[in-house]
Design a protein around this ligand. Structure first.
Ligand code: CP
Ligand code: NVA
Length: 314
């Protein structure tokens, strides 16, 4: 891979996606054997968080440490960015001291601006529009459980949000059929949807948008959901809780899926809202394998971008 940044799934080709997944599996296997793999010794990663995080922060910090490097958590509240320093000046300054920057923020245009000014790799740890690192971990998890990706049907039930946008960009590239069951008025971003539909047509995969969760989950291999109220949307909470009432993944809905369906959720979850406790804590749920794989997938992403153009032996 020769890409500097990873801002959205569409930055990757199919080859890039497969290379990251393959590297992630090999790094994970080595880690499980207790055999250290430290190709990033002496490298530094800055982590800027404008929103809360449990998984993304811990997986990047621990991942960088395990790869031999040094992670710096940079709380947005303490940076001069908060007091009006420009994204451009921040990017140029940090590029003189760090080997890569991860940013979690609101508007996707902010990370695009950071990447434009930064001379070091910029990795998206979630924006309002995309969550690409999550999807690489999700794909690794599905691959481990189903032993393949091509030909599977993944159904998203819930909000047309950042995580779904990243799934839309990823699924057709890897031969995965994607069904989206969302309430009226909550369809994903129009341009991203068009990108996905065009790609699905080209790759010969299904991409279906429906307002009917039962139609969505029929014969599905994976059922995926996310919170109804994403970070930054608290003002819309009451309305969203009402509008999403019929979109809970529960024991009644999953009866329409394949018997061996997998339940996935990027987490954090709200039991009793988007998912019942019986489903998320039940035998088909793989949410904690999925959470663990954030660590392994991101280690592969870090190695790929920080050592771009170099031969990587694991
Ligand atoms: N899935 C995810 O990104 O979790 P955090 O918000 O805890 O990082
Ligand atoms: N859609 C959620 C994902 C959290 C990981 C949010 O943006 O809050």
């Amino acid at each position: 891979m020769d890409k500097k940044d990873f801002l959205r799934v569409a930055d990757y080709t199919k080859r890039d996606m497969l290379d990251v997944l393959d590297l992630a599996s090999r790094i994970k296997a080595r880690q499980k054997k207790g055999d250290p793999f430290q190709p990033l010794t002496g490298k530094t990663l800055g982590l800027i968080f404008q929103k809360s995080s449990t998984r993304t922060r811990v997986s990047f910090e621990v991942g960088m440490y395990q790869l031999g490097g040094y992670p710096l958590f940079l709380s947005a509240n303490d940076l001069q960015l908060k007091r009006g320093e420009t994204i451009g000046d921040t990017a140029q300054t940090l590029s003189r001291m760090l080997d890569a920057i991860m940013l979690r923020t609101f508007a996707h245009s902010e990370i695009e601006e950071l990447a434009r000014y930064a001379t070091v790799p910029v990795i998206n740890g979630l924006t309002d529009d995309h969550h690409p690192c999550q999807i690489m971990a999700d794909l690794l998890t599905v691959l481990e459980h189903k032993k393949k990706l091509k030909g599977l049907t993944v159904t998203w039930v819930g909000d047309g949000n950042n995580v779904l946008n990243s799934w839309i960009e990823a699924a057709p590239m890897l031969g995965i059929n994607l069904r989206m069951a969302v309430p009226k008025g909550y369809a994903p971003d129009k341009e991203i949807l068009k990108y996905g539909v065009d790609l699905a047509r080209k790759e010969g995969t299904e991409m279906l948008l429906t307002n009917d969760p039962v139609e969505g989950v029929k014969k599905s291999d994976v059922i995926y959901t996310d919170v109804w109220v994403s970070m930054g949307q608290d003002a819309e909470k009451e309305k969203k809780l009402r509008d999403f009432r019929d979109f809970q993944i529960n024991e009644t809905l999953v009866k329409h899926a394949n018997r061996d369906y997998l339940f996935m959720h990027c987490l954090p979850a709200h039991r009793g809202e988007e998912v019942s406790a019986g489903v998320i804590d039940g035998p088909n749920s793989i949410v904690f394998d999925e959470a663990e794989n954030r660590l392994h997938a991101q280690k592969a992403i870090l190695v790929m971008h920080l050592l771009r153009g170099k031969k990587i032996n694991v």
